[in-house]
Ligand binder design. Structure first.
Ligand SMILES: *Cc1c(COP(=O)(O)O)cnc(C)c1O
Length: 395
């Protein structure tokens, strides 16, 4: 089993504030040339002076310097010790579930990324892993599902697309008492808003395709942990199964991260303005946004997040797919597309797009109605975004 890669030392990172870490942590000028930006090491192998005598790099599935720089930077952003980059967010999900064995059980958030739900139910259940989907916005709802087979609790918060808030610290306390691993998919919040390892989580997961990359030009996934033994097991899975990102994609995410704090700040500001404005439209029924003091998860969000995020969902009084479709096809700045977290604003319809793989009855039971529309608010000027929504929704 390969040794875990060198840890990134927490003490030095703690001295830096977030924006400084985003730009500097884990990075140093290229030792060969002094290049200030991490080079794209487009190579599959590395020359050895004698068998086993090398500069820390042997074969690019195992390690690549561009990827290593990204992994160190990600570890620092999440206040972790070890980072691992994957070919996609789903490849990171896949690696985490490979920590389990047939017979093991996972308690998962019920309102979660559709692709994760699909992998759990269609790929991993046939391998003998059991998943229970639970509305964790009330943490005590996990209790009836805890048993000796429970090995993992899977949290996504804010949830997707209902934007419920799960109390990470409360769930981690229950899990830790029983030796259960807690995984937090932190894609929606980004490490700028929320650092789950500080709240007791064991593994943080990202689809770096979203806020970390931030420019809708790359697909990449990531994990960050503190525990060395856990890191070793995950590196073993990463190297054995091979779902690694290439150096070009690693570079793009490193570049995106340099403005993460600025982008997320602006996106949060815009989301707040849009959520407030949406409430005034007569066609709009409910606006789901954790920044409202009336939101049931507001207090927890305030406690565990720096701001309330750039995602806003809403339903229409005419609660039909057709009514939603009319809105979705009328916006011009809000582009109709899956994904989120980019500089540009997107509009999506979970029932027919990201969450189409969840059966309708289950979707409705969880509160994901036919007309629900999800916005990923970008960093454009808020006035233009509001005008775009006004044109599509009427006032
Ligand atoms: C997009 C997404 C994923 C999957 O990531 P990919 O990079 O598309 O594979 C996982 N979780 C959440 C919350 C996501 O939004």
């Amino acid at each position: 089993m390969p040794a875990a890669k060198a840890p990134i030392y927490l003490c030095t990172n703690l001295l830096m504030k977030f924006g400084t870490k985003a730009i500097h942590a884990g990075l140093e000028p290229d030792p060969a040339t002094g290049a200030i930006m991490t080079p794209i090491y487009q190579t599959s192998t590395f020359v050895q002076q004698a068998p086993g005598v090398h500069k820390g790099y042997e074969y690019a599935r195992t390690q690549n310097p561009t990827r290593t720089a990204l992994e160190h930077n990600l570890a620092a952003l999440e206040n972790g010790q070890f980072g691992l980059a994957f070919a996609s967010g789903m490849a990171a999900v896949d690696a985490v579930i490979k920590l389990l064995e047939p017979g093991d059980e996972v308690i998962s958030t019920n309102d979660l990324y559709g692709g994760t739900y699909r992998a759990f139910t269609k790929i991993f259940e046939p391998f003998g892993i059991r998943f229970h989907f639970v509305g964790m916005d009330a943490p005590e709802r996990v209790n009836p599902y805890l048993n000796d087979q429970t090995k993992m609790i899977w949290i996504e918060t804010p949830t997707n697309p209902l934007l419920n808030i799960i109390d990470i610290a409360a769930i981690c306390t229950v899990a830790r008492e029983r030796g259960i691993l807690t995984v937090v998919d932190n894609t929606f919040a980004s490490p700028y808003l929320q650092t789950p390892l500080d709240l007791g989580a064991d593994i943080v997961l990202h689809s770096a395709t979203k806020y970390l990359g931030g420019h809708s030009d790359v697909v990449l996934g990531a994990l960050v942990v503190r525990d060395e033994e856990l890191a070793r097991r995950l590196y073993f899975i990463q190297n054995s199964c091979g779902a690694i990102p290439g150096p070009q994609d690693s570079f793009l995410v490193l570049r995106g991260i340099k403005t993460l704090h600025l982008r997320v700040q602006r996106s949060c500001e815009n989301a707040r303005i849009i959520a407030e404005r949406l409430q005034q439209f007569s066609a709009v029924n409910r606006v789901l946004y954790p920044g409202f003091s009336s939101h049931p998860g507001h207090a927890v969000a305030k406690k565990q997040m720096r701001d309330f995020g750039g995602m806003v969902s809403f339903t229409l009084h005419d609660d039909t797919v057709e009514a939603a479709t009319r809105v979705l096809t009328k916006t011009k700045l809000f582009a109709l597309a899956e994904s989120l977290g980019g500089v540009e604003s997107l509009i999506g319809h979970p029932a027919t797009m990201t969450h189409a793989s969840i059966p309708r009855e289950e979707r409705l039971r969880n509160g994901l109605s036919d007309s629900l529309i999800r916005l990923s608010v970008g960093i454009e000027d808020a006035e233009d975004l509001v005008a775009d929504l006004e044109a599509a929704l009427g006032t």
